[in-house]
Write a protein that binds this ligand. Structure first.
Ligand code: SF4
Ligand code: SF4
Length: 133
């Protein structure tokens, strides 16, 4: 049954002077809480290419690939060539990621970390595929 208009008026007047329950995002910065998990970032120098992150990812959102440019073999103290550490790139498919950060937790070298960068909306889906080199 609809409320009588006169009964609604005091309630409406009371709410006119209350602090708004909503925020004016994007004109006001959103308040993020500690531990808020958003875009995952990658540190190439730390990665050993074990692909544990790929195995645990439930959304198949992360790919670790051999980097195009690899360092040249170095010369060891005995004068023989020493194989250089291989370098890897990370491809992050943000359109699949569910921000569970299992990849971050499993990484043995702490090459992955989550950030609070949550403003990731794009009109072009291709832009949601990030290639961290
Ligand atoms: S788990 Fe870490 S070290 Fe292993 S491939 Fe992934 S990012 Fe690299
Ligand atoms: S945060 Fe979760 S869904 Fe996103 S890449 Fe890492 S493991 Fe996959």
């Amino acid at each position: 049954m609809a409320k009588k208009p006169m009964r609604i008026l005091p309630e409406a007047a009371k709410n006119l002077f209350k602090k708004a329950a909503t925020s004016k995002y994007p004109f006001e910065k959103a308040k993020l809480y500690e531990g808020y998990r958003a875009r995952v970032v990658f540190e190439k120098e730390k990665c050993i290419g074990c692909k544990m992150c790929m195995r645990v990812c439930p959304a198949k959102a992360i790919e670790i690939i051999l980097a195009e440019n690899q360092p040249q073999p170095q010369t060891g103290p005995d004068g023989n060539p020493m194989p250089a550490k291989k370098l890897f790139d990370c491809i992050m498919n943000l359109d699949r990621c569910i921000y569970c950060v299992q990849c971050v937790e499993v990484c043995p070298k702490k090459a992955l970390a989550y950030t609070q960068d949550f403003e990731l909306a794009q009109l072009d889906r291709k832009k949601l595929k990030l290639h961290y080199k």
